[in-house]
Design a protein around this ligand. Sequence first.
Ligand code: ISE
Length: 336
Amino acid sequence: EDLRIAVVGAGMMGADHVGRITHRIAGARVSAIVEPDGGRAGAAAQYAPGSAAFANIEDAIAADAMDAVLIATPGQFHAPVLKPALDARLPILCEKPLTQDSASSLEILELEQQMGRPHIQVGFMRRFDAEYQALRKLVVSGESGELLMVRALHRNPSVPESYTNDMLITDSVVHEFDVVPWLAGSRVVSVEVKHPRRNSLAPERLSEPILVIMELENGVLVDVEMNVSVQFGYQVATEAVFERGIARIGQPSGLQRWDAGYFRVKDHESFVTRFAAAYDAQIQRWVDAVRRGDLIDGPNAWDGYLVALSCEAGVKALHGGGIVPVEAPERPAFYA
Ligand code: ISE
């Protein structure tokens, strides 16, 4: 029996996941699309023949329309979907961020801990990217010695109108707050934000690019160039500095062209193409875990909570807070 998934939110990411589940994921199908905007719901439904449409999660739960939930709404709408889905004891894959702040994330953790075992996986898909995995393997192996520094580039061609200045941290650097500690095996202890010259091509409401500096507990220093108006394409690349060498991931690897005296390589246009294989792997492993009864196979809600704490520090730093410490409680055994 295929796992019946309700996809909640049929925007860019939700629609992409609907197509992915229908065409590329084994053992699952989209049984419901939960989306209040009829136009978006109808467009996504074309990629999920036979799926039912609901305007809200409560109606979908009442109709017993799914075995599991994939939440792909904008971040501020995650908590109102997570709560009823947890109440219904459904396994959940929740796109990042878990919720908008650490207090609401903590509420979700408390609800989840009443359920015997974790039900929520958070969509930090970079952990499923083959190059990030290779880099982590190199760190763990010690082959190049200890990791000293991480230099990260996070560049978007542009962002939608709904993207606010704080989202530089909560929607974008949120990924580095998860993936770098995972790579380095150490948590974030402080965050600082520096402002270079502003890009005049950035929308008026945004002061960017920004340079985010994070310090990890093991002393590794990380700098992130967060830049969302680069115009030319989508780039997420990292250089890791070790005692005995350097490693790089995320270099353009598409079509190479020589013409008119230039050498050019095709780069990505958006995260949907750059991380397509990572999204596939993430969702396939989640589906397999749910069908086995393990429910999750990837970052859990505690990881989402730690990231929310880093994001709060990041937003404070963005607003002129200087070097902002991040304090995190011990990981409970429930989330080991
Ligand atoms: C977007 O929400 C994502 O998750 C992308 O991975 C990130 O690169 C982008 O900056 C965010 O806005």
